[in-house]
Design a protein around this ligand. Structure first.
Ligand code: ATP
Ligand code: MG
Length: 145
């Protein structure tokens, strides 16, 4: 077990559906510590930079339109095994394939509008965290937070 950081983004559909509170409740109930959080609206270029790994995919233009089409909430989360545990909590990309009781199964409307992002490796967790938050905006891990 290793203490890891993952970068979550509550996507624009989550904000539109007013599910921010419910999704954060589930995240906290699952034992994740919130270390940083803000609400922003990404520019098209910021969304393209964030999802650059998908730039050759057919859904890239739609995805970056969606992600820059309204406010979203990037959140830095910390927990033992945060990467794997967070992806288990949110479920598969396609809500029709997501396990019952996962966030995407319960709230997502489509494979694109799937409520929440989660980093897919510890190194991407660090890299994606840095995309939105300088280190001084991330609160320290203390015993009572
Ligand atoms: P995320 O990276 O957002 O946590 P993920 O790792 O489950 O999601 P990826 O394969 O990295 O899935 O795809 C990134 C995002 O692109 C998905 O969350 C979804 O919003 C969108 N996406 C993925 N596949 C498709 C598709 N076939 N059609 C439309 N949108 C898609
Ligand atoms: Mg991904």
């Amino acid at each position: 077990m290793a203490l890891e950081r993952t970068l979550a983004i509550l996507k624009p559909d989550c904000i539109r559906k007013e599910k921010v509170g419910e999704v954060l409740r589930r995240i906290q109930d699952a034992g994740f510590q919130i270390r940083a959080m803000k609400m922003i609206t990404m520019s098209k270029a910021e969304a393209e930079g964030f999802y650059a790994v998908h730039e050759d995919k057919p859904f890239f233009d739609d995805l970056t339109d969606f992600m820059s089409g309204g406010p979203c909430v990037p959140v830095v989360l910390e927990k033992e095994d945060a990467i794997a545990d967070f992806r288990a909590l949110i479920g598969a990309t396609d809500p029709d394939e997501a396990a019952e009781g996962t966030i995407r199964s319960d709230f997502a409307g489509s494979i694109q509008e799937n409520i929440v992002h989660g980093s897919d490796s510890p190194s991407n967790g660090q890299k994606e965290t840095g995309y939105f938050f300088p280190e001084h905006e991330i609160v320290a891990n203390t015993a009572n937070t």
